[in-house]
Design a protein around this ligand. Structure first.
Ligand code: HEM
Length: 411
């Protein structure tokens, strides 16, 4: 137990270890107020028996670029049994060099910016099709109508996952996305569900690999199966963990980005008008929207050797939680950080990370979100929230912050 920041009592559970409770509805509604309180105590704070929690932009960026910090296979945030059984969990997201370098290089050969650019017309058509249906209804849950189906369709087509199979993997992906939170924060049932879903998802993917091997297509899974460089190729386990990563990272994040961004615009009508009238480019606006309410709120690193973070010494093996959402609201880097200002230069946000793990899918996420925001703003001049502030519900996750639904009126 520890004193609460406001001095009104003692805290336990996550509040004692982190300084906040990530699943408290009050935190989910506005984590930034809680981060600000933490940041007042310094660039990095340490709770009882918890990790070092880093809120400053400079300190987060320094750790992300520092080879003295790595992911270490994420063993530091896993339960004991998962450390041995969960080989397929170890995607290159949680690997360190040289394994990370090798795998990211192999995947990068198949997942190229050119491949993403080729998707531009398809993404534009998809957005228009989804908006046609939504406009006809007049009032919709924008998560269901646009934010979910757009990225899920794009990543499925990119990877070559048959359209008819989408409903099957929705539940698996949802459990895996929730399961990205550090294990020490999650209820045991949620971890068990994640592991069940991972096993079912992997069995499904193995079957799909067999079909693609026998009959390759013009898709990323076929390309990954064929990728080979100097005699090096992806093993079956590597292929599995990479596909799981691409599918989970490839749409859960973008769903949140579209939902969070549209909500921010609806709460700031003058900024929405500036976007609609072309007073700001959609690319500049998107950086500010990523900064303002980031879909990925935190990540972890472990010290591979003794180091320091923002003036605090860190021992070898110690876990560090980098609060990217807090770093994006750091007044030392962004003036008046709680104000949404689409015209500002927000490029120092850490929404896509930094360093060797910088998001591989950033160009795809941008392509999709820019198309969605531009067409939505242009086609729905009467766009408005169809619920009061109490009607908004967030998914109970720390790492991937996103709305469970976003009721809007389109006309
Ligand atoms: C708004 C959308 C997205 C956001 C905010 C986002 C955010 C991030 C962040 C913060 C990281 C770094 C994590 C860390 O350093 O620990 C990351 C890594 C990654 N992202 Fe994204 N992402 C998005 C969309 C996508 C998409 C669409 C894909 C793929 C189709 C993707 C694939 C990846 C992969 C493969 C990595 C691991 C890179 C590595 O470890 O080298 N992401 N993403």
């Amino acid at each position: 137990m520890t004193e609460t920041a406001d001095g009104t009592g003692t805290a336990s559970g996550p509040t004692a270890t982190l300084g906040f409770d990530p699943y408290d509805p009050d935190f989910l509604a506005d984590p930034y107020r809680h981060y600000r309180r933490l940041a007042e105590a310094g660039p990095a704070t340490r709770g009882e028996g918890g990790p070092l929690v880093v809120t400053s932009n400079r300190a987060c960026a320094a750790v992300l670029r520092d080879p003295r910090f790595g992911r270490g296979g994420d063993a530091a945030v896993m339960r004991d049994e998962d450390r041995t059984v969960n080989r397929s969990r170890r995607s290159f997201l949680v690997m360190d060099p040289p394994d990370h370098t090798r795998l990211r290089g192999l995947v990068g050969k198949a997942f190229t910016p050119r491949m993403v650019e080729r998707l531009r017309p398809r993404v534009a058509d998809l957005v228009d099709e989804l908006l046609d249906a939504a406009m006809e209804k007049g009032e919709v849950d924008l998560v269901e109508a646009l934010a979910y189906p757009l990225p899920v369709t794009v990543i499925s087509e990119l990877l070559g996952v048959p359209a008819g199979d989408w409903p099957r993997f929705r539940g698996w992906v949802d459990d895996l996305a929730a399961g990205l939170d550090p294990d020490f924060l999650q209820p045991p049932e949620r971890i068990r569900r994640r592991e069940r879903s991972r096993a079912e998802f992997c069995a499904y993917l193995l079957d799909l690999f067999a079909r693609r091997r026998a009959d390759p297509g013009d898709d990323l899974i076929s390309a990954l199966l064929a990728v080979e460089e100097s005699g090096d190729a992806l093993s079956e386990d590597e292929l599995l963990s990479t596909c799981v990563l691409l599918i989970v990272a490839g749409h859960e994040t973008t769903i949140s980005l579209i939902g969070n961004a549209v909500l921010a615009l609806l709460r700031h009508p003058a900024e929405l008008a500036a976007l609609r009238e072309g007073a700001v480019t959609v690319g500049t606006a998107l950086d500010e929207l990523l900064r303002y309410d980031a879909p990925v709120q935190s990540t972890v690193r472990v010290a591979l050797e003794p180091a320091d973070v923002g003036g605090t010494a860190v021992a070898e093996g110690e876990l560090v939680m980098l609060m990217l959402g807090a770093a994006n609201r750091d007044p030392a880097v962004f003036a008046d950080p709680d104000r949404l200002d689409l015209g500002r230069d927000a490029r120092r946000h850490l929404a896509f990370g930094l360093g060797i793990h910088f998001c591989l899918g950033a160009p795809l996420a941008r392509l999709e979100a820019e198309a969605a925001l531009k067409r939505l703003a242009g086609r729905a001049p009467a766009l408005a929230l169809a619920t009061g502030p109490d009607g908004l519900r967030y998914k109970d996750r720390l790492v991937l912050r996103g709305l469970a639904e976003l009721p809007v009126r389109l006309r």
